[in-house]
Design a protein around this ligand. Structure first.
Ligand code: PMP
Ligand code: GLN
Length: 379
């Protein structure tokens, strides 16, 4: 058949998780926790089901959850979104992102992505008939290059997708960088899709710079987040989008026909769980400790050069001192021969650009991280 996505195969996450299972490797590849969520959250799901919350919820999500999301955004980022018209519950961030893209990108529109970027963005733009404009983050530091972004803007630019904290590099945009983006877009009609799924994982006292904090960005932005990341339940596939009412109206037109609604009992449980005692406030310290444990072990036991993990649950390392293999070959070799799975950064670039960097996920039990470090010490 004539394929709509000729460049697309199976995602790197599926490939590496399958290989890791086959080889009995410690899986630090695909980003998901190997520990349980709070048992209270499970009780809330069971209670919601037992109470009969098992039929279709309202199309944009149950009001209690939208209220809780709006309250959280206002408390954290100081911007008020209407739960009625500006917030929609989605089937994870993945569905939120493709829905926002389908809602705004018309055939021939240009959409700027900053590479390396999460692997769903480019196929999503392709499916909308948009033209992908790839702008590299600065090699080595993975910071945004505003001269390059400015040079990529044209009258056909419809949107830019940003992601902070960043998957895969683990950088976190600063307030000054957000202001630079705000200033750069001020004279344009460009929309922003702001992927903030790691909003609660920012380390060393830094703060998450949501587009919600910047009026000039918020007015043109779809904010995307994911309960999977925040509450250690990636398999639930529940997330949300916040956007000004006119943007959200377009979003919902697509949402109602690609998923219509998101599972009801999880929404009730999350609404119940979110109001107090705000468990996401503990996440920075929780993950910073894991980052430090893993990074200290890597520094002590391996010759990898560590990149700074400022946020997210990823630690990137430069493999140059350890191997001459390409990143992609190295990750396959590491899984098969050493028994630890990682993700090559080349998977986040259109042309497979090899920066000699691979990504480990440290959202794992300490014993899992220590087992991986024992194996990596053999390198
Ligand atoms: N964006 C980024 C940057 C991610 O890392 C992920 C999770 N892998 C997603 C979106 C998708 O999130 P969800 O699992 O909620 O669909
Ligand atoms: N977001 C996770 C990662 O980057 C998992 C993505 C997926 O499995 N599609 O590893």
């Amino acid at each position: 058949i004539t394929t709509k996505l000729p460049a697309v195969g199976t995602t790197i996450f599926t490939v590496m998780s399958t290989l890791a299972a086959e080889k009995n490797a410690v899986n630090l590849g695909q980003g998901f926790p190997d520990f349980h969520c709070d048992p209270k959250l499970l009780e809330d799901v069971a209670a919601a089901m037992a109470a009969g919350h098992n039929q279709y919820p309202p199309m944009p999500g149950i009001p209690a959850l939208r209220d809780a999301i709006a309250a959280k955004i206002e408390a954290l980022y100081g911007r008020s979104y209407s739960a009625a018209t500006e917030i929609t519950v989605t089937a994870g961030a993945t569905q939120a992102i493709i829905t926002a893209i389908l809602a705004i990108v018309r055939p021939g529109d240009e959409v700027i992505v900053l590479e390396p970027c999460y692997d769903s963005y480019v196929p999503n733009i392709d499916l909308a008939g948009g033209k992908v404009v790839r702008v590299p983050l600065v090699p080595g530091t993975f910071r945004p290059d505003f001269d390059k972004i400015a040079a990529a803007l044209t009258p056909k630019t419809r949107a830019i997708i940003i992601n902070t904290p960043h998957n895969p590099s683990a950088t976190v945009w600063t307030e000054a960088e957000m202001r630079q983006l705000e200033d750069l877009l001020a004279p344009t009609d460009v929309f922003v899709i702001s992927d903030e799924v790691y909003e609660h994982m920012v380390f060393d006292g830094a703060r998450h710079e949501s587009v919600a904090r910047f009026p000039g960005l918020a007015a043109r932005s779809f904010i995307v987040s994911s309960f999977g990341k925040t509450y250690h339940v990636t398999g639930w596939k529940v997330g949300f989008v916040a956007a000004p009412a006119p943007l959200m109206a377009e979003f919902r037109k697509v949402h109602q026909f690609n998923v219509f609604t998101v599972n009801t009992p999880m929404q009730h449980a999350l609404a119940q769980y979110m109001v107090s005692p705000q468990p996401y406030l503990e996440l920075p310290a929780f993950y910073q400790r894991k980052r430090d444990l893993f990074a200290a072990g890597l520094a002590e036991k391996t010759r990898f050069k560590l990149l700074r993990s400022e946020g997210s649950y990823f630690q990137c390392v430069d493999i140059s001192a350890v191997s001459d293999l390409s990143e992609a070959e190295f990750c396959l070799w590491l899984t098969r021969e050493i028994g630890v799975a990682a993700i090559p950064l080349s998977a986040f670039y259109g042309d497979g650009f090899d920066q000699r960097v691979v990504r480990f996920c440290f959202a794992k039990k300490d014993e899992t991280l220590l087992a991986a470090l024992d194996r990596l010490a053999k390198l």
